[in-house]
Design a protein around this ligand. Structure first.
Ligand code: BV8
Ligand code: ZN
Length: 249
């Protein structure tokens, strides 16, 4: 993958970089995306499976969906794209990694301080008393809260739910103050997460999309690196390091 010197120079000279990732970053780890042709939402209805109403109406169905995804996530490993982002954070004075993903793969690859806008599938909590649930998830019955008997839910953000305030604040600050903003592996269709690339662009950041396909964001991006994240990101990190080594000579 060839990346133009102009793009490499802009990134290498940036003091502050922010990255928003979506499900595409985990695709090469074997985790299904949502809106690709074989994606999760092409076969199932997100309102039934990723909403409070859906959980209240049919907790068994919602748990079978999330149990299945948790089993997959238990087995998968970070890919070269995740590791490249973990390396990237060491290259800049200020670097913020904001993810919509719930699979924990960025942290597993060594990224620190990952902002999880949509929560994660690793933690669970009581739907009623909100206490964290640390117990084993039973395979064939609904998990119950040992404190109040309420239903246990995955700690992901469902449609119609507010995103965690601390992650939102960090993402907004990064979008307002970064020199370069990357949108990686996301269809840029889910709000308010999809707002951040636009906010960064309006605040003067150089906006780069890393995605094999065009998205709703493409017309607004300053540059598009048309390839998969596991292929593009390691090349990007290599080019930035090369540029800096040459400039130091
Ligand atoms: C809220 C749960 C308000 C966890 C998810 C109308 C207009 C605008 C907004 C709305 C609207 N109607 C409703 C809304 C709000 C709604 C929304 O945005 N809906 C959309 C669909 C229109 N948003 C909400 O409800 C949010 N909450 O607004 O609350 C509020 C106000 C007051 C009081 C209370 C509440 C909550 C949103 C969070 C929903 N939770 N998931 C889980 O089960 O995982 S959303 C789901 O979509 C996932 O979290 C996912 O991360 C997210 C975004 O999807 P992507 O990550 O982008 O994945 P996708 O498959 O779409 O795309 C993959 C991309 O990767 C593609 O572009 C593909 O080309 C690319 N790709 C593929 N392979 C690769 C690759 N790229 C690189 N490398 C590869 N190898
Ligand atoms: Zn409880």
């Amino acid at each position: 993958m060839e990346i133009s010197n102009d793009i490499i120079e802009r990134i290498a000279l940036a003091k502050s970089v922010a990255v928003l990732t979506g499900a595409g970053v985990s695709a090469e780890s074997g985790v299904k995306t949502f809106r690709d042709p074989d994606g999760l939402w092409t076969k199932m209805n997100p309102q039934e499976l990723a909403s409070v109403d859906g959980f209240m109406n049919n907790p068994e169905l919602v748990w079978s969906f999330y149990r299945e995804r948790a089993h997959i996530i238990d087995k998968v490993k970070p890919n070269a794209g995740h590791y490249a982002l973990a390396n990237m954070e060491k290259l800049f004075p200020r670097f913020e990694l904001i993810t919509q993903n719930v699979d924990g793969l960025h942290a597993a690859a060594g990224s620190t301080n990952v902002r999880e806008l949509h929560g994660n599938l690793i933690d669970n909590r009581c739907f009623d008393c909100e206490r964290p649930f640390k117990g084993e998830l039973p395979e064939d019955e609904l998990p119950r809260c040992p404190e109040c008997g309420g239903g246990i839910r995955p700690s992901v953000v469902w449609f119609g739910e507010l995103l965690p305030a601390d992650a939102m604040q960090a993402a907004e600050f990064a979008a307002l103050n970064c020199g370069v903003f990357f949108s990686v592996g996301t269809s840029a269709e889910v709000y308010p997460a999809a707002n951040f690339p636009f906010l960064a662009k309006r605040s003067g950041a150089y906006l780069i999309e890393v995605n094999p396909n065009e998205t709703a964001l493409t017309p607004f991006a300053d540059a598009a690196l048309r390839g998969t994240s596991a292929k593009v990101l390691p090349v990007l990190v290599e080019n930035i390091e090369e540029f800096r080594n040459k400039s130091e000579r």
